[in-house]
Each structure stands twice: as structure tokens, then as C-alpha cells.
Ligand binder design. Structure first.
Ligand SMILES: Nc1ncnc2c1ncn2[C@@H]1O[C@H](COP(=O)(O)OP(=O)(O)OP(=O)(O)O)[C@@H](O)[C@H]1O
Ligand SMILES: Cc1cn([C@H]2C[C@H](O)[C@@H](COP(=O)(O)O)O2)c(=O)[nH]c1=O
Length: 256
């Protein structure tokens, strides 16, 4: 996946041309200073879902589970300057961003967040370009306007959609949501209340995700995982798909 660039000490890693790797595409090699680089490129896994679906909870749980299996897992860049810009825009009701501003900022944010990822077996992303593009579709942009933007991003190896109904997501959020999660002032005007706007808007976002996945999938495609189960059951289902995608030769689980 071109969009994910792994680096070691400022230099690209993961390809056979890389002087830091063993060159056979699989064998780890020790570097001066004691760190080890695995030459094979990471499996890039994206977890998507509507607001409140459980993405962040599951990212943490899946990362922990995979780490326990001996895999090196990297999650997204914690410092996201463009996300901070976006959050400040949506906190300002008078300056609520239109769909185009929002999608372009969002895509820039995801491009930034997937730069210079350290070497790993699995790169696990809590949201990706799909989120911004699904929002754009839900806010009224046409597929022929959105899909060319999405295609600037390579498809992840595996995309997991944690599927939860908007009503369940809202309940999990304690019935409260932001104006942005409810689609902004126009959707709110049409729906009459924030909770109703959330349900209307998140239904449209869910449809948007499913349309995007159908036209932009990676090596292992996308999987819809029923998110309306217990935290443990959802984690089991997600890890099952990820471990199968990572393929044979996985290290044995490390007993606690
Ligand atoms: N399977 C589950 N069963 C019950 N509650 C859950 C489940 N998964 C997540 N939750 C709860 O739902 C709330 C939202 O979860 P989380 O923050 O992980 O979702 P999210 O998709 O990352 O949300 P957002 O998009 O708003 O950041 C949290 O309070 C979390 O504890
Ligand atoms: C422009 C832009 C948008 N987002 C989007 C993605 C989500 O719909 C929300 C953030 O959700 P989270 O609950 O905090 O994960 O905003 C973004 O994250 N970054 C952007 O730059």
C-alpha cells in the first residue's frame, strides 16, 4: 500500500532496495544500536464505522491482542495537526465547514497520519480516508466527485467495518452527540432534534461507507463485522479476520 511509508531513522524501510533490510523480503536483520527491522511490508488494517460504533475501543483491544501474539503493531500518528484544525472548525457553529472543505481537510489529515510509520507487522488505523469520503457523500457530494479523491489513497490490505445501527451508537454515547456527528446545521434543521439528526445522518454515512468499500478494496477486501455484540465478541471477530489476513507462519500466542 503506497500510502503507508515505514521509516527507520528517517530512511524508508520495507523494500528489498533498502540497505537496512536483509533483502530477501522476510528476514529480520539487526541494526547497529540494537534495533531490528523486519523486511516484509506491514499488513495495513483499517477499522471503520459510524460515530460511536466502537472503533477506538476495538483498535486498542485488537492492538493488544495482536501484540500478545508476538506481532509488532503500530497505530496511527497521535499528533494530528490537521485534525486539530478540523475540530476547531466544527466547534465554531458559525464557521461550520461545507462538505468540500471537510473532505479535503479530512483527506489531508489521513495522508499526514499515515506518513513515516515505524516498521511493523500490522499497521492498525482507527478511521482512514473512507471516513472523510463517507461524510462527504452523506453531506450531498456525488460519487463522481468523491471517488476520484478516495482513489488518491491506496486501499488498505484489509478494511473492517464495525457495523452498529445509529440508534445503538447513540445509546452508547449516552444519547449525546455533537452538531458535526449529526451532520451540521442543515441536517439538524430538517430533523428537528440533535438525536434525530444523528440517526438520519449516520444512516447516510453508513450507506456511504458501504458504497465506497464496494469500489475500493485491498488484498483482503473489506469485512462487515456485527458490532452490536459484547466488546469481547467483537474483538474476537475482528482478530479472527486480521489473523487470517496476516497469513500462515504467525508466531504462537504468548501465554499470559
Ligand atoms: N461492543 C460494545 N458494547 C457496549 N458498549 C460499547 C461497545 N463498543 C464500544 N462501546 C462503548 O461505546 C462508546 C463508544 O465507543 P468508541 O469510543 O470506541 O467508539 P468510536 O467508534 O471510536 O466513536 P467515535 O467515532 O465517536 O470516536 C464507548 O463508551 C464504549 O465504551
Ligand atoms: C475533516 C476531518 C474530519 N474528520 C472526521 C472523521 C470523523 O467523522 C470525525 C472525527 O471523529 P472521531 O470521533 O474524533 O474519530 O471527523 C477527522 O477526523 N479529521 C479531519 O481532518
Amino acid at each position: 500500500m503506497r500510502a503507508i511509508h515505514t521509516v527507520v531513522d528517517g530512511r524508508p524501510a520495507g523494500g528489498s532496495q533498502d540497505p537496512l533490510t536483509a533483502g530477501d523480503g522476510t528476514t529480520p536483520r539487526s541494526l547497529e544500536g540494537g534495533s531490528t527491522v523486519h523486511a516484509s511490508s506491514p499488513t495495513v488494517v483499517v477499522i471503520e464505522g459510524i460515530d460511536g460504533a466502537g472503533k477506538s475501543s476495538q483498535c486498542g483491544r485488537v492492538a493488544e491482542r495482536l501484540t500478545d501474539r508476538g506481532l509488532r503493531v503500530v497505530t496511527c500518528a497521535p499528533d494530528r495537526p490537521l485534525r486539530r484544525v478540523y475540530k476547531s472548525l466544527i466547534d465554531d457553529a458559525d464557521g461550520f465547514p461545507d462538505a468540500r472543505t471537510s473532505v479535503l481537510l479530512g483527506l489531508a489529515d489521513y495522508a499526514y497520519a499515515t506518513q513515516d510509520v515505524p516498521p511493523a507487522d500490522v499497521v492498525l488505523l482507527d478511521r482512514y480516508a473512507y471516513s472523510s469520503c463517507a461524510d462527504a457523500l452523506a453531506l450531498g457530494m456525488r460519487p463522481d466527485q468523491v471517488l476520484p479523491l478516495l482513489r488518491l489513497f491506496d486501499a488498505p490490505d484489509l478494511t473492517l467495518f464495525v457495523d452498529v445501527s445509529p440508534r445503538e451508537a447513540l445509546a452508547r454515547k449516552g444519547g449525546a452527540c455533537s452538531l458535526a456527528e449529526a451532520g451540521g446545521p442543515e441536517v439538524l434543521r430538517g430533523a428537528g432534534s440533535l438525536p434525530d439528526a444523528f440517526v438520519t445522518y449516520q444512516n447516510a454515512v453508513r450507506d456511504g461507507f458501504l458504497r465506497l468499500f464496494a469500489s475500493h478494496t485491498g488484498r483482503h477486501g473489506f469485512h462487515v463485522v456485527d458490532g452490536e455484540r459484547s466488546l469481547d465478541d467483537v474483538t474476537d471477530a475482528l482478530c479472527d479476520v486480521v489473523l487470517r489476513a496476516c497469513g500462515a507462519g504467525l508466531p504462537e500466542a504468548v501465554d499470559a
